[in-house]
Design a protein around this ligand. Structure first.
Ligand code: FES
Length: 219
């Protein structure tokens, strides 16, 4: 039996902050680009989701299953399948048209009320084995990219809500990563929901990280 606590390597009485810290660390270690496997990566995500759901349902009181009794090895168990991630997206180019700023807290509410095209603002599902860019492409969207290998910022997105993994050996400087800039070609969603602005390669601070147009560059 493998409980969510074992997967995240925390004590059963760990508080929320400890669980959150452990999750961020474990999800990095388990990432396929860091030497982990997709199965391990999904297991860590599922462990965190189980604990998060316990939290939302009132801390394991009443009829809720004690997370220590959940066996993540049990493929017949509820929620054994990693679920797709819901992503709400917005095209950065729209912000200039409407005079919106990237750090506007109401950005997505404004986008919902504007008459935007389906490829400018909308929602898509990213499957557990897809990077964010692959998820968008497989749902028919043409988001920008170039190298697809972590060596440019042509595929960059800005994370407004949620978490997108960032593998080692990426080009994104720490200060931009801390502000929420990520690469979509090798970033995997690690929360159940994401809100992102794509096409942010047009931001001035990413100018030096952009590859010029080439045969394999989109937009
Ligand atoms: S396309 Fe170059 S890092 Fe993603």
């Amino acid at each position: 039996m493998v409980s969510p606590f074992e997967v995240l390597e925390v004590d059963e009485d760990a508080d929320d902050a400890t669980i959150e810290r452990a999750y961020r660390e474990r999800v990095k270690q388990a990432h396929p680009d860091q030497g982990g496997t997709l199965e391990e990566f999904q297991l860590v995500r599922r462990a965190y989701r189980e604990l998060d759901e316990r939290d939302r349902s009132g801390g394991g009181n009443g009829d809720a299953t004690d997370p220590a009794d959940i066996d993540l090895d049990d493929d017949d168990g509820a929620g054994a399948e990693a679920k797709p991630v819901r992503v709400e997206f917005l095209d950065y180019e729209v912000l200039g048209d409407y005079g919106w700023s990237l750090d506007d807290e109401d950005l997505f509410r404004k986008a919902s009320h504007a008459d935007l095209d389906d490829d400018e603002h909308g929602r898509l599902l990213v499957q557990p084995d897809e990077s964010l860019l692959e998820g968008a492409e497989n749902r028919g969207f043409g988001w920008p990219f170039s190298c697809r290998g972590g060596a440019c910022a042509n595929c960059a997105v800005y994370v407004v809500e949620g978490e997108l993994s960032q593998p080692a050996n990426h080009i994104m400087p720490d200060d931009l990563a801390e502000r929420g800039f990520r690469l979509s070609c090798n970033g995997y969603p690690v929360t159940d929901e994401l809100k992102i602005v794509f096409n942010v390669k047009h931001r001035a601070e990413l100018d030096d990280l952009i590859l010029p147009p080439g045969p394999f560059t989109r937009r």
